[in-house]
Design a binder for this molecule. Sequence first.
Ligand code: BYC
Length: 327
Amino acid sequence: MYAQLVKSEGKSQAELTPEDIAFQERIDRGEKIEPKEWMPEGYRKTLIRQIGQHAHSEIVGQLPEGNWITRAPTLERKQILLAKVQDEAGHGLYLYCAAETLGVSRDQLLEKLHSGEMKYSSIFNYPTLTWADMGAVGWLVDGAAIMNQVPLQRTSYGPYSRAMIRICKEESFHQRQGYAIMMKMATGTPEQKRMAQDALNRLWYPSLMMFGPSDKDSVHSVQSMAWKIKMNSNDELRQKFVDQTVPQAEYLGLTVPDPNLKWNEEKGGYDFSEPDWDEFYQVLKGNGPCNKERLGARVKAWEDGAWYRDAMVAHAKKKAARAVAAE
Ligand code: BYC
């Protein structure tokens, strides 16, 4: 524990303050940390980075599915997809609010997203080419998100933990609506089944990448786990995701695109191929298939909304001036 504190705060063990030590002891006891309480600067910065990037992922994550709202095959599917995409906007807003309790504004976070300084989940830099992708996104992407987010309900920072409880309730509906689409497609015409398999082929490895680099290359995991900002390592969650998802693919009659996939009796889980990590880092650098399009869409939305933000500020000023005049 002290070794972790030393690493994160850049302090020698002798330099650890009584506050640093008392803080870690609170975390170890499972107490929640609340906004106005003392916290190490590294803890605050790590939370802003993770919660901010999580919020950005929810907002950017609306784009690949938003792309299909006008082309959903039935009115019912259109309503469901619209509701799901709206939920993602809500998740982004809860998370920006949680980040704001750490002393950063939503505008500051958005500026960092738009300038490329802050990341969002790599998965949203892949295109959604067919209706089957709506099934695969709900099934795999929301499935991976749930795997990561359910443990985060127990994260040490109170506002983040509470936001996750609400978000997870909605995510489970999202995952099921995706799987329902996959069931329809996989048991439909040969062409529909081919589309379902193609969606799985394209989205399998990008979904595995959502959990982050393998543990040996993860920069933040050890410290974040000591602070209970993360509850599990990247590889632990990736393994759980594969173990949960493979039987679901089998039920659909689809093939996971991994020739090395094999049940390993000894470890009680599947052996599977790692994603292409060079591709992952290229996507993080901005060179994925849709990075420019996704960021461009968010920057345009921000610029197009300037008149509305200005009008709201002008209205608030007028209201305040009227209130002063009436005193
Ligand atoms: N994509 O040290 P590591 C959703 C970065 S959205 C991009 O392991 P950490 C949904 C990482 O940030 C769900 N970047 O990092 C929405 C770090 O770079 P920086 C999104 C990634 O933070 C709409 C560097 O790589 N979920 O459900 O300990 C529709 C080294 O990695 C990725 C969350 O955000 C990636 N995949 O662990 C449908 C969950 N992976 O920051 C669905 C909360 C790693 O130093 N976040 N990087 O520049 C987390 O749990 C953790 O932040 C991660 C990464 C597991 C993602």
